[in-house]
Design a protein around this ligand. Structure first.
Ligand code: CA
Ligand code: CA
Length: 204
């Protein structure tokens, strides 16, 4: 049986509440929303056995769910890998979990991922994470994996990046001690680095 953790978002930050079995979560959802709510779990990454659901403010009564181990921010769930792969395998790995390499739409999202990655692996001073941005199809034409139009004003390249032509076609977020929010670099797509996956949070 699958399990689901359900918490209520209130005055206190962080996780409160208790772990409930999946059927109890479904029962709660059914009470809130009528029938069919649990079907929406199918939209979440299939490899996860557990979900973390947060109940919005009392007047809203909306549950927002991410797979356990993923991080919820705004309307998305994010996964930071510990292992490394080339860009193509990284994207395949994300899609295999019902997600895609992260598409950074705003400065707020950029700052969230950067600060989270920096906090998460403090023992490593230097890490790169693939994001869902590549110009493999046409040099200099940067494209997001979900077809979001590339917007220069919401791009966070390091100084003097993107640096190279045909040899460096895949973008990473580079996390190191002195990094700031402008931390993207283009590197050869065959290089094996970490990755950030993103999927839509499920609300019901
Ligand atoms: Ca995004
Ligand atoms: Ca570069």
């Amino acid at each position: 049986m699958k399990k689901s953790g359900c918490t209520q978002e209130g005055e206190k930050e962080g996780i409160v509440g208790s772990i409930l079995f999946f059927f109890l979560s479904c029962f709660t959802v059914t009470l809130l929303k009528g029938t069919g709510g649990c079907e929406e779990h199918k939209a979440l990454p299939q490899s996860s056995a557990e979900w973390l659901c947060v109940l919005g403010r009392a007047e809203v009564k909306v549950w927002t769910c991410c797979p356990m181990g993923w991080k919820h921010f705004q309307s998305s769930c994010y996964y930071l890998s510990r292992d490394i792969m080339n860009w193509g395998d990284s994207e395949t790995n994300c899609t295999g979990m019902g997600s895609h390499l992260v598409v950074i739409n705003t400065g707020t999202e950029q700052d969230f991922i950067f600060n989270w990655a920096k906090r998460t692996f403090t023992s490593f001073s230097d890490r790169s994470y693939y994001i869902g941005l590549t110009d493999q199809a046409e040099e200099g034409q940067w494209r997001w994996v979900d077809q979001t139009p590339y917007n220069e004003t919401a791009a966070f390249w390091r100084q003097n990046e993107p640096s190279n032509g045909n040899m460096e076609n895949c973008a990473v977020m580079h996390i190191e001690t002195k990094a700031n929010r402008k931390n993207w670099n283009d590197i050869p797509c065959s290089t094996e680095v970490h990755r950030v996956c993103e999927t839509a949070a499920t609300s019901f």
